[in-house]
Design a protein around this ligand. Structure first.
Ligand SMILES: C[S@@+](CC[C@H](N)C(=O)[O-])C[C@H]1O[C@@H](n2cnc3c(N)ncnc32)[C@H](O)[C@@H]1O
Length: 367
């Protein structure tokens, strides 16, 4: 792909274009970015490129003549799709990036100061493109953003190590969290599922994470993202959990099943009274992981439920978990609940408080 960039400050672009993936793409002949200094096309003695705006007002406006001459020199047969970087333009997004990625030749005009004489745009430019609802000092950064994003669409620019297939937006959703070594950093463990090597589980985990992050941060993307019935079921469940959290009025977050499963075994001991543990294990420990045990123990009545939670206890809950149709809350250690562990029943009423324990326990509830 060829990209001609017209700018008053070509040196602003050079360093970025020569490094990393863009630099390698240029070296391999996959992208051919040509920088043109608009000043070289001025006809006046002092090589001025701008002047005061007719009608008054702040700032300077770039002359039409050097721009039009530079455009004609760079793209004499108008083979390029010609873009003026401008806050007034279409806002660049991944769909437009993909659209531009199909072009063989782009021409990018970078404005500066107050902008460009309108006649240059009317005569020489196909469309205006914005990189976001804010104003930059010049179009150079916008051009770099566009070049970077569009180059990723050119076959071969991304090596297999940088494959762009399941990036944010490409799938219609935001991307799931990524982790690399070490498996535990500052006490924070990588979600267990990613270490297990079960690709179906990993895919399911990533999909659910993507759906959840998109739902929380950019819910409007879900209107157009291609969703399966399974995705819709997950979203319905996540929304139900959001509502359940909202109705509790506590600062809580969900934790995914597999993350919750990474809880230590002692959770079980925290909740199942000693005299019932043996029987509970016999009934519950058939291939289930810890939260599974706990939930099963709870639903089979191995966990007592005669005590009730004192008022205000929920102020310390900071984590809420929703495996399938269940919720698990973990107490954070706020003074109000420090040393207490609480279990909720299906109606989200409190069924058990164990006090004086160092480790704080999970809540389980059904929604
Ligand atoms: C200070 S701006 C001019 C803004 C212009 N007076 C306006 O209000 O629309 C100077 C140049 O920066 C570039 N620019 C500023 N914001 C931009 C954005 N959000 N996207 C793309 N280019 C931008 C344009 O090329 C513009 O000509």
């Amino acid at each position: 792909m060829r990209i001609d960039v017209l700018t008053l400050f070509p040196d602003m672009l050079r360093p970025m274009l020569g490094e990393s993936i863009l630099g390698r793409a240029a070296e391999n002949g996959l992208i051919d970015v040509r920088l043109h200094d608009i000043r070289d096309y001025t006809l006046n003695k002092h090589h001025n490129t701008d002047d005061y705006p007719f009608g008054g007002g702040a700032g300077m406006v770039m002359y039409a003549q050097p721009i039009c001459d530079a455009v004609r020199a760079a793209d004499p047969d108008h083979t390029a799709h010609r873009i003026y970087l401008s806050p007034r333009g279409r806002t660049l997004d991944q769909k437009i990036v993909e659209e531009l990625g199909r072009e063989e030749h782009l021409l990018l005009l970078c404005g500066h100061y107050e902008g460009v004489d309108q006649r240059a745009l009317d005569l020489c430019i196909d469309e205006e493109m914005s990189i976001g609802d804010y104003v930059l000092t010049g179009g150079e950064l916008g051009a770099l953003v566009l070049i970077d994003a569009v180059s990723r669409m050119v076959p071969g620019v991304l090596g297999s190590a940088e494959s762009g297939e399941d990036e944010s937006f490409t799938t219609g959703l935001l991307e799931y969290p990524q982790y690399t070594r070490p498996a535990v950093y500052q006490g924070m463990a990588v979600p267990e599922v990613l270490l297990g090597g079960n690709h179906a589980d990993i895919e399911a985990w990533r999909r659910e994470q993507s759906l959840e992050i998109t739902m929380r941060r950019r819910p409007e993307l879900l209107d157009t993202a291609p969703l399966t019935d399974a995705d819709r079921a997950i979203l319905a469940r996540l929304r139900a959990a959001e509502n359940a959290i909202a109705s509790l009025g506590i600062p809580a977050e969900r934790l995914l099943l597999r993350e919750a499963d990474a809880f230590e075994k002692r959770w079980f001991n925290t909740f199942v009274p000693e005299e019932k543990r043996k029987a509970a294990k016999k009934q519950c420990f058939s291939g289930r992981r810890h939260v599974g045990y706990l939930w099963q123990a709870f639903s089979m009545g191995f966990i007592d439920s005669e005590e009730t939670l004192p008022e205000g206890c929920f102020s310390g809950a900071n984590l809420l978990y929703l495996p399938e149709e269940k919720i698990l809350l973990r107490v954070s250690g706020e003074p109000a609940v420090s040393g207490s562990a609480v279990l909720c029943d299906e109606a989200m009423t409190y069924t058990r408080v164990s006090t004086g324990r160092k480790a704080l326990g999970p809540y389980l509830a059904k929604i």
